[in-house]
Structure formats: structure tokens, C-alpha cells
Ligand binder design. Structure first.
Ligand code: 5GP
Length: 253
């Protein structure tokens, strides 16, 4: 009889130490365990803090949204939560191209173009960034990604299509809660279609959908309900995330 599924029976070697997450091997080579920590960083690791319960809050929020977007036709690497802070996911080959979708001018776009934050875009803007900590994730275009071999044209098309579907799902969800979705970042990966080496691959949404990688502004007040609270010293991020949790799940953590 195999041991019951738990973090202890699933967690193998540490494969990757991220800024807010750790990735572990599992007994199944096609699956990984993602562990959400309370760590928060900003400005590519220059600013760091521990935010009480952030890991548990983000683990639950990301699972909730991954299931929602999967139901809307976006394939994801997420399988299920194991306990409060761990997720069993398909092991993917991460595509080193981050996709940002923007509905409102803010953050990097405002800074780069000298624009005021808050200008509503007439339709969603999809941007691409090269995933590289040492280079601070520079913006690229899709030609760059193709010509440097980071992603194939059909993969970029799928990523754009999925990112816009995620945007539509999230906009509608947050609107019901009186929150405007300003922008967010997604990461994608490849999974082998039949699990064998060299088999054809499909693009799936990987990583997370959390307020760490999104901008969420309260409708009417413009109050920030995302990691900008930490990046810009606007208040207590733990309290902000607890409030988001309560809005989403109708109960306190
Ligand atoms: P910006 O380009 O304005 O800095 O970021 C656009 C959106 O993508 C924001 O919602 C931001 O949270 C998210 N984003 C971009 N890069 C990163 C990153 O490296 N880490 C996280 N957590 N979010 C990111």
C-alpha cells in the first residue's frame, strides 16, 4: 500500500529556490511540489521582508484562480493543493518569456513612457519580458523571443490567447468584488504531450496567479490591494492580503 499523499511523502530534493517559492521534486518525475513562503521581495530582490501568512494566502488564491481559468479553457500546470502552502503541479519546461497584460497604465509602462498612472487603455495591451534576474527582466518583442530560440511562433500565439482569456476571467471576477484589474504577469511552460522525451509539447500556464504579480485597485477609491503596498511602502501587506482573501472566500484565513 502506498503512503497517503502529504507534503512529507511528496517532497523530494529542492530543485529551485525562488524569491517567494521553492520548487521540490516528487516521487513522480512528471510532477513537482511548489512551496509558498512568506518571503516578499521587490526591485529584483533589493527589498526583502517576511509577510505573515502570505504563503498560505497566495497558495489558496492561486489555486482558486488556476481552477477558474482552467474551467474557461486555459490549460495549466496546477493539479491540487497539498496542505496550506504546497501545490502539486505538472513539471514543465519554463518558457523564459514573461507575459504582462495591462488594462490600465501603471508601473513600468507609466515610468517608461512618462505617463500618469490610471489611464484606461482602450483594449488590453500584451507585453513580453525576457525572464532574467541578472538583466532585470528586460522588455522584448515576440520576434526577439523567436529569433533567439526562447519560444516558437505558435507558442507565443497560444500564450497571447491564454493571457487574454485569463484577463477576461479575472476582470469579470474582480469587478464583482468592486476591484479593477490593472495588470498582471504570467509565466508559461511546455509539457510533453505523452510524457516521453522528445515528444511534442503543449503550452500550459505555469507559476502563479496572485496579488504578488497583479495590480488590483479598489474601484472608487483607487486603494491598492496588491504587492505595490509593499513595493511603495503604502501600508501593511499582510493586512491587505487578508482583506483580499476575505473578499474572495467570504471568510478570514
Ligand atoms: P510592471 O512592468 O509594471 O513592473 O509590472 C506589470 C505587472 O506584472 C504588475 O502587476 C507586476 O506585479 C507584474 N510583474 C512584472 N514582473 C514581475 C516580477 O518579476 N515579479 C512579480 N511578482 N510580478 C511581476
Amino acid at each position: 500500500m502506498s503512503a497517503p499523499e502529504s507534503v512529507d511523502t511528496l517532497r523530494g530534493a529542492l530543485l529551485y529556490q525562488g524569491k517567494a517559492k521553492q520548487v521540490y521534486a516528487t516521487p513522480d518525475p512528471t510532477r513537482i511540489l511548489i512551496h509558498y513562503t512568506d518571503g516578499a521581495t521587490a526591485f529584483n530582490g533589493l527589498k526583502k521582508a517576511n509577510i505573515a501568512d502570505k504563503g498560505a494566502i497566495n497558495c489558496k488564491i492561486s489555486a482558486f484562480f488556476m481552477e477558474k481559468v482552467a474551467a474557461a479553457g486555459v490549460p495549466t500546470a496546477f493539479e491540487r493543493n497539498i496542505g496550506d502552502r504546497d501545490q502539486l503541479c505538472k513539471k514543465v519546461d519554463i518558457i523564459p518569456v514573461e507575459v504582462v497584460v495591462r488594462n490600465v497604465v501603471a508601473g513600468g509602462l507609466a515610468k517608461k513612457l512618462g505617463l500618469a498612472e490610471g489611464i484606461k487603455l482602450p483594449s488590453p495591451l500584451v507585453e513580453h519580458f525576457y525572464k532574467s534576474d541578472s538583466l532585470n527582466d528586460p522588455q522584448i518583442n515576440e520576434d526577439t523571443a523567436v529569433l533567439l530560440g526562447w519560444a516558437q511562433p505558435h507558442e507565443l500565439l497560444a500564450m497571447r490567447d491564454y493571457a487574454l482569456k485569463v484577463n477576461a476571467v479575472l476582470i469579470a471576477f474582480w469587478a464583482e468584488l468592486g476591484v479593477d484589474l490593472v495588470d498582471f504577469k504570467l509565466e508559461f511552460g511546455r509539457v510533453a504531450l505523452d510524457g516521453s522525451v522528445g515528444a511534442p509539447t503543449a503550452v500550459v500556464l505555469a507559476d502563479e496567479i496572485t496579488p504578488d504579480g497583479s495590480r488590483l485597485w479598489e474601484r472608487g477609491t483607487g486603494r491598492k490591494l496588491d504587492k505595490d503596498v509593499f513595493r511603495r511602502d503604502l501600508g501593511d501587506l499582510s493586512e491587505t492580503y487578508r482583506e483580499l482573501y476575505k473578499r474572495i472566500f467570504g471568510e478570514s484565513l
